[in-house]
Design a protein around this ligand. Structure first.
Ligand code: DCP
Ligand code: MG
Length: 620
């Protein structure tokens, strides 16, 4: 890399291959996917009085993003205008496309940025395929898309690049041309072929085209893709840096950008940098172009300015509202260095729920013992499902990956914070006069904010259990069952719900939208939820002879068995991802289909029916 005159140039690491997708005219494409006849017409999506985006047919006729509706109609009287204020269809399409691309990932490092951008870290797939190459016959290679199935993939020419390149002249450079078999060049070639394949798959199966960039970091892959829009792909060619004196392609590429165009340098930071370089107040653009400026202060202007170095940038840009270490971060960005990782898609459950069922549970002493047992299992499960190794390195951008909500201790951190604690019981209805007992599936429940001490990683599980029981669960139980005796419970369930993604504050949080998913789930399932009210004599209650309303086989020989896997109609113990609720449209349909049990007449969502039938098989 060209040495900066003032300050140490940051070290590059080009060991990853990252593909960045930006769907073309996304909102318009969502309407086109719903109604393909729109594809050949000039189509614009309206929010308030402006066009937020328009398809390429409209762009050919002079329309553009963030244009006034009135102006667009003047320019193109036959423009078809659709309303885009309800974001639901865009959100759904975005999740569907994310899920589609995710199927190709091996390491699950896939991250959405907004609705229409996706980063995919394919380092592992590329490394694997480099190993498969026959160096003597690169032109007849086979790209393997699965480690388990060697037939799954596509033939390609590894000696050549697919698509465009920066610098443009390097697009037709073949591996044989280069003096040595540059490892980065080869990996980028493979990345370009994989990207081309993914774009084709996306178009064939989902009907969307994307503009794609291929490089070694999020920063470079995102920026380089912009060079060939729409429906194009661009690879940033090596060498990214050269020995002293000459500029590598990464620096040359980033140098030409206006400073405000660099992701991570927002409007305010860009203004301060412009003012510093220009030594006067920087003008702002007056049009509707977001982040617009009349100035043209390039990365190169900043990078080569005699006063600019990491310490000076920290002084200029740091302070309240700026993340710690902003000086170093910006210093790296203007040198085309970005170590930020592609977020790992993790399967976070929508809730964690532990329950047990009982033939008889009717004293406070027993309840206390059971609450302790359940609370302890719950805390252990939270540790298992919601803690991850905190392996952030020094190069991680502070803003994106260290949100203030992220409780970190040692090397573990919470990936999600449930906000609500819920205690549910299923009281056994009293005996009827004829000695029979109504069989009830109904639970009553009580929810409270989850005490924050539960997230402590320094206290022992036993100590946390004691506190959770005495400070939260027992008081909740007393509210649920104010009488000291006279009840008999067939089931107790403790759950933490209402997950808040620990990285949810940041714009770059991995593609999960748990709180939305949860709201949606709550809405859809509310008719099956039993709240803190008396057990109604509804259709899910049937009359059985005998004393047990819970069939004996659910207890194992030691007299106890967690019944989490035995679903009852309140579908308490399902996790979101099992049914793909926040990431899949298909889940939404599944949620609303309702079945009636032929044996007892209980009504429940279709997904619960299998477990319910098992319940009958075991019990009858
Ligand atoms: N969007 C918005 N308001 C903005 C900018 C964008 O509502 N100020 C929406 C409309 C876009 C979507 O976000 O369809 C993605 O933004 P892009 O800037 O990527 O624009 P497009 O995908 O529409 O077009 P392009 O083909 O240029 O990527
Ligand atoms: Mg786009």
């Amino acid at each position: 890399m060209e040495a900066s005159r003032h300050g140490r140039a940051p070290k590059r690491k080009d060991d990853r291959i990252i593909i960045h997708f930006d769907y073309d005219c996304f909102y318009a494409s969502v309407f086109e996917a719903e109604n393909p006849a729109l594809k050949s017409l000039p189509l614009a999506v309206q929010q308030k009085h402006i066009i937020v985006t328009c398809n390429y047919e409209a762009r050919r006729r002079g329309l553009h993003k963030l244009q006034l509706i009135s102006e667009a109609k003047k320019l193109c009287p036959d423009v078809v205008i659709v309303l885009g204020e309800d974001l639901t269809r865009f959100r759904n399409a975005s999740r569907q496309l994310y899920n589609f691309i995710r199927q190709f990932s091996w390491n699950n490092k896939i991250e959405r940025l907004g609705f229409d951008e996706v980063f995919l870290d394919v380092t592992d797939i590329i490394r694997y395929n480099v190993e498969l190459l026959n160096a003597n016959d690169l032109t007849n290679s086979f790209f393997c898309l699965s480690q388990n199935d060697p037939t799954l993939g596509f033939p390609y020419n590894a000696a050549e690049l697919a698509g465009h390149a920066y610098p443009a002249s390097t697009a037709c450079r073949t591996i044989a041309d280069s003096n040595e078999l540059d490892n980065l060049l080869l990996r980028l070639h493979l990345g370009s072929h994989l990207a081309q394949h993914l774009r084709a798959q996306l178009e064939e199966h989902k009907g969307y085209t994307a503009t794609v960039g291929i490089s070694t970091s999020k920063l470079l892959s995102k920026l380089v893709g912009n060079l060939n829009k729409p429906n194009g792909q661009t690879t940033l060619s090596p060498p990214y840096e050269t020995s002293e004196g000459t500029t590598g392609n990464a620096t040359a590429f980033i140098d030409g950008h206006e400073i405000g165009k660099i992701p991570g340098i927002g409007f305010k930071l860009a203004q301060r940098l412009r003012e510093h370089i220009l030594q006067r107040a920087a003008a702002i653009g007056s049009g509707l172009v977001y982040g617009g400026t009349k100035e043209n202060v390039t990365v190169r202007d900043v990078r080569t300015h005699p006063t600019v170095n990491p310490e000076m940038l920290e002084r200029l840009l740091g302070g309240p509202g700026s993340p710690h270490g902003i000086g170093v971060k910006v210093w790296q960005l203007i040198h085309a260095v970005d170590h930020s990782k592609v977020g790992q898609a993790r399967e976070v459950p929508s809730q964690i729920s532990i329950e047990d069922s009982y033939i008889r549970l009717d004293t406070m002493e027993e309840v206390l013992r059971e609450l302790r047992m359940l609370a302890k299992s719950l805390i252990k499960r939270m540790h298992l499902d919601l803690l991850e190794e905190n392996d952030d390195d020094a190069g991680t951008p502070p803003a994106a990956e260290h949100s203030k909500e992220c409780v970190s201790l040692g090397r573990r951190r919470w990936i999600a914070h449930p906000k609500t604690l819920r205690l549910s019981t299923r009281p056994r209805p009293p005996l009827n006069s004829d000695g029979t007992r109504a069989r009830s599936f109904n639970r009553i429940s009580r929810s409270a904010p989850l005490p924050s001490f539960i997230f402590s990683l320094s206290e022992s599980v036993d100590a946390l259990t004691e506190r959770l029981v005495s400070e939260a669960l027992l008081p909740m139980f007393r509210k649920l069952h104010p009488e000291r005796s006279g009840w008999d419970l067939s089931l107790v369930n403790v759950a933490v719900t209402n997950m808040a993604d620990a990285a949810g504050d940041s714009k770059t949080a991995t593609g999960r939208d748990i709180s939305n998913m949860f709201r949606n789930q709550a809405e859809v399932l509310k008719e099956w939820r039993v709240e803190d009210r008396p057990v109604p004599p509804d259709v899910s209650t049937s009359v059985l002879n005998g004393d047990t309303d819970m069939p004996a086989p659910i207890r194992s020989t030691d007299g106890r068995k967690g019944s989490e896997d035995l679903l009852v109609p309140s579908q308490e113990s399902r996790t979101g991802l099992e049914r793909g609720e926040w990431d899949s449209d298909d889940g939404a349909e599944e949620q609303v289909s309702v079945l009636t049990c032929e044996v007892c007449g209980a009504i429940m969502p279709a997904f619960a029916m299998l477990a319910h039938q098992r319940f009958h098989e075991l019990g009858d």
